[in-house]
Design a protein around this ligand. Structure first.
Ligand code: 15L
Length: 270
């Protein structure tokens, strides 16, 4: 696998992957609405608005695999989510099919299942419990990936990413942290593993406080190296600066659950 497209290349995770992926995928093509401010001469960039199928088709033409990070990365209005993440995601998979792309790694999110309580440990086959319109769009993307895998033979890996960064930022992130190197390992499984047809993995490092059973990823050889607990003291010090959040602290999705929350915490969904 040499020719790989990275959508959302101007974003936070995209910026990290621009540095980490070229030694592995030498013909990496970048795409986003606008080029990253620090685009280098040796990087190939194709501008594409995800809502524009023809533009997306041009961006994917000739690649063997796609890492789809593009779209709106937090909660947004229904119109924003519909265009960027639902229509945009459909256009990405449809363009991949039309251009005979072999594999797609889809950046899903923990917010597809954010309304599971923290006391529960969940695998990747649970019923989705989106905590936002954003999380709902990620659940849509996972289902869309399944359709394109089952009906058209596209190989698809969905990564329910926790929180990617150099270190876990607070108590919640001690459970869901993903190091950049571990993300690269997961992407390589998605783009290269010969047995992969359709899977959902959690995008998480080796976190002792994990709420997720990531055994599907382990079955494909994932061996995370990042350990959130190594940063425990710093993360807990940051947590101490935050105001208590009865809803956000109860659910796995944290503050995403608390936004617009008008439910009854005494009667969690189950
Ligand atoms: C996400 O899906 C977001 O894209 C990211 O900005 C973080 O908020 C992350 O989830 C998280 O849950 O920490």
């Amino acid at each position: 696998m040499k020719r790989v497209l990275l959508t959302g290349a101007a974003g936070n995770i995209g910026g990290r992957l621009r540095r980490l992926l070229p030694p592995i995928y030498p013909e990496l093509r970048l795409s986003d609405l606008k080029p990253p401010a620090d685009l280098r001469n040796d990087e190939e960039f194709v501008a594409a608005e995800l809502g524009d199928l023809a533009a997306v088709e041009k961006a994917v033409a000739g690649v063997e695999g796609i890492i789809h990070l593009g779209g709106h990365a937090v909660e947004g209005s229904w119109e924003t989510i519909l265009n960027a993440n639902i229509i945009g995601c459909r256009n990405l998979f449809e363009a991949a099919r039309r251009q005979s792309v072999a594999r797609v790694v889809f950046a899903s999110s923990n917010h597809a299942v954010g309304f599971y309580p923290r006391v529960e440990r969940i695998g990747s086959a649970v019923t989705v419990r989106p905590d936002t319109r954003y999380g709902l769009s990620k659940a849509f993307g996972e289902a869309l990936g399944a359709l394109y895998a089952d009906k058209y033979g596209l190989r698809v890996l969905c990564l329910r990413i926790g929180n990617l960064g150099d270190k876990p930022l607070d108590q919640r992130r001690l459970s869901i942290w993903l190091s950049p190197d571990d993300l690269v390992q997961l992407i390589r499984i998605g783009l290269e593993h010969p047995d992969l047809e359709y899977e959902i993995f959690y995008g998480a490092s080796l976190n002792e406080r994990a709420w997720w059973d990531n055994s599907r990823a382990y079955a494909y050889g994932y061996r995370p190296a990042g350990r959130a607990e190594a940063f425990r003291d710093q993360a807990m010090a940051e947590q101490a600066k935050l105001a208590p959040d009865p809803v956000g602290d109860f659910y796995q999705g944290g503050s995403f659950c608390a936004e617009e929350f008008a439910g009854d915490l005494r009667k969690p969904w189950r």
